[in-house]
Design a protein around this ligand. Structure first.
Ligand SMILES: *Cc1c(COP(=O)(O)O)cnc(C)c1O
Length: 373
């Protein structure tokens, strides 16, 4: 079976974890600090705060802005649910903005339309660099500046991705990364908030540590969202291998493209010329997506659907009254996307096999009524 995702763990990670275990210093400490410094340097920002997950990182980041309760915060409906949930944790109101049909990222045109029509002025935006490709950061940062929006980048899928040579996470007020095992780098569970602002960095550090800067003095209600030294030891090694693994993902995507570009009805991943895409996912837009997934499973090829239900159609959000809103591009995309394996450990042979099998499925079939968007 070829899995759709697979973390790359080597002897170096095992040795680093053993060293932490032998040291007895298991919870947060020096190893976490070293990982934070290395990560900040990688992104090119002065501050990085390690967290227990990407989700807790998003919560801490949005909380640190100190917006009034009930503020409107814009985000994408086509993402993992955590992006939007962080808005609910903070007791703000999510406003969903439709996506671009080619990149699946937030559409600047839809963003402008939303800002023109909202009665309450939205205060912030949580944008998501989906599948490993950054949003159109030229347009979005300009719109954010003109409208006084704070910007949080959800970089859970974009470690090492760039827009015009600048790293994802370094554009907005904050960038938030996840180190879940399926991501481009992992710590088991874990996350990281990066920022230029020493004020926000300090607030986040306290928030994830029970509102405390001095031991047993608690200035406000916080949480325990800290990373362990065990996780950070893995992260340091993984960070050192990130660029190499991202290059392997790009090479793998290139091999899949060789087989799939030109297959009728399939849309291979669109890469905006200003981005460095790091292929967290290699996601097709294609007809008969379920049948294709079943067929590939029968050929021992794993696939993933990212995402089968847009966030505003999730029961959590339907129950809050979001079910009625119409976001046509996100809704259509959720029915047509299928992610193929692209992770760094795939061999050229496996990729050729995947490419051939997808081609085989569509060979000789015609789909009347299906139009590529
Ligand atoms: C994985 C992911 C998250 C959440 O990260 P966790 O570490 O799993 O909490 C948030 N946003 C997006 C876009 C993700 O892919």
């Amino acid at each position: 079976m070829i899995p759709v995702a697979k973390p790359v763990i080597g002897e170096d990670e095992i040795a680093a974890v053993s060293e932490v275990l032998r040291s007895g210093m298991l919870a947060g400490g020096e190893t976490v600090s070293h990982f934070e410094e290395a990560f900040a340097q990688y992104v090119g920002v002065p501050h990085a705060i390690a967290t227990s997950s990407g989700t807790t990182g998003l919560f801490a980041a949005l909380w640190s802005l100190g917006l009034p309760t009930g503020s409107e915060v814009i985000t994408s409906p086509f993402t993992f649910v955590a992006s939007a949930n962080s808005i609910l944790y903070c007791r703000h109101n999510p406003v969903f903005c439709d996506i671009d049909k080619k990149t699946f990222n937030l559409s600047p045109d839809s963003l402008i339309r939303i800002l023109r029509h909202r009665k309450n002025r939205p205060r912030a935006i949580i944008l998501v660099h989906l599948f490993g490709q950054t949003c159109d950061m030229g347009s979005i940062m300009e719109i954010a500046r003109e409208n006084g929006l704070k910007v949080i980048e959800d970089c859970a899928q974009s470690h090492g991705a760039k827009w015009r040579g600048k790293a994802s996470g370094s554009f907005g007020d904050m960038g938030v990364f996840s180190f879940y095992p399926t991501k481009n780098m992992t710590t088991g569970e874990g996350g990281m908030v990066v920022t230029d602002s020493p004020v926000l960095a300090n607030k986040i550090r306290m928030f994830i540590n029970h509102g405390s800067r001095t031991r047993y003095h608690h200035e406000f209600l916080g949480h325990n969202f800290r990373m362990t030294n065990i996780a950070a030891a893995i992260g340091k090694i993984q960070l050192g291998r990130l660029d190499k693994n991202n290059e392997a993902r790009c090479r793998n995507a290139g091999i899949l493209n060789r087989y799939l570009t030109g297959v009728p009805y399939i849309q291979t991943p669109y890469v905006h010329p200003d981005t460095l895409h790091v292929y967290h996912q290699y996601t097709l837009r294609c007809p008969r997506r379920e049948d294709l997934a079943d067929y590939l499973l029968g050929q021992e090829i794993g696939t993933g659907i990212h995402y089968p239900l847009p966030v505003h159609k999730q029961p959590i959000y339907e129950n809050l009254g979001y079910g009625r809103i119409s976001l046509p591009v996100a809704e259509r995309s959720s029915k047509e996307v299928l992610s193929l394996p692209v992770h760094p450990s795939l061999t050229e042979k496996e990729l050729e096999y995947i490419g051939q099998k997808v081609g085989e499925f569509y060979e000789g079939t015609s789909f009347s009524g299906y139009h590529n968007p």
